[in-house]
Design a protein around this ligand. Structure first.
Ligand code: IPE
Ligand code: IPE
Ligand code: MG
Length: 245
């Protein structure tokens, strides 16, 4: 007999706002270059757009917002740009933490943090701890993140548990594997937004976006705002999500 999976629990969100939105925030450099400014200025302006989207996600009562801030491939950039990005990230972490708490937002940093120094790791840990009990929006920031890295680190964790005889090979399935990814037990990504005109995923969440709707816009990240965010949500609402059915 065929084993037909139950559709009862499939949340299709037809005509509804997405629960989980993931954003590839691209175009900071080009935004600055167009204005004859240093790329770093584009990243500084990009931070203002980050604040706008977090606020909008809060107002729209999204459950999860995952932002791609630094990819595992972005180390190929100049030392000057990398240092500026790290400095900007730490500045934002310090200056915005009180707002996160005020709006009941929980912060989680996803990515391979082993590449950063102890001070950096400490700041991240502190910020996550401060917001740990917040029950509103979950804000994931992806730093030194790669979708392939995420899958491999999940496999390593599973392998460890099997070696320790805490897990049986037969127990591995798609649902439980998701829990070993850096996004953990969270809802799948409903909508991916990419600014900056490129139509690619650039090693962002790979497993997690298997059935996401994809929204691409030419708008450069520093020009992104709540109206374009709403356009993306409207696009999502208009989709007919069939999940292969
Ligand atoms: C995205 O903007 C921010 C990061 C990758 C850190 P870019 O810096 O990639 O901007 P463009 O694509 O060069 O314009
Ligand atoms: C993707 O943008 C990474 C982030 C937005 C953090 P990139 O600018 O690094 O991607 P590519 O090089 O265009 O694929
Ligand atoms: Mg780019």
């Amino acid at each position: 007999m065929l084993n037909i999976p139950s559709l009862k629990n499939k949340k299709c969100l037809i005509g509804k706002n997405p629960h989980h939105v993931a954003v590839i925030m691209d175009g900071n450099g080009r935004w600055a270059e167009k204005k004859g400014k240093m790329r770093v200025v584009g990243h500084q302006e990009g931070l203002k757009a980050v604040k706008k989207v977090v606020k909008f996600a809060f107002i729209k009562k999204l459950k999860i917002l995952t932002l791609y801030a630094f990819s595992s491939e972005n180390w190929k950039r100049s030392e000057l740009e990398i240092k500026a990005l790290i400095k900007l990230f730490l500045f934002a972490l310090n200056s915005e933490i009180h707002n996160l708490t005020k709006y009941n937002i929980r912060l989680k940093i996803i990515g391979n943090l082993k590449h950063f120094n102890k001070d950096f790791q400490h700041c991240v840990q502190k910020a996550e701890e401060i917001t740990l009990k917040n029950s509103g929006l979950l804000l994931n920031i992806a730093i030194n993140y790669g979708g392939r890295w995420d899958i491999i680190q999940g496999i390593k964790k599973i392998f460890n548990r099997i070696q320790q005889k805490k897990l049986k090979l037969e127990k591995i399935n798609e649902n439980m594997f998701s829990q070993y990814l850096s996004t953990g037990n969270s809802l799948p990504v409903d909508l991916v937004i990419r600014t900056g005109g490129e139509k690619r995923i650039s090693n962002f969440l790979l497993w997690q976006i298997a059935y996401s709707e994809l929204y691409f816009t030419d708008v450069l990240w520093p020009d992104f705002n709540q109206y374009i965010f709403q356009d993306a949500i409207n696009f999502f609402i208009s989709r007919n999500r069939r999940f292969g059915g």
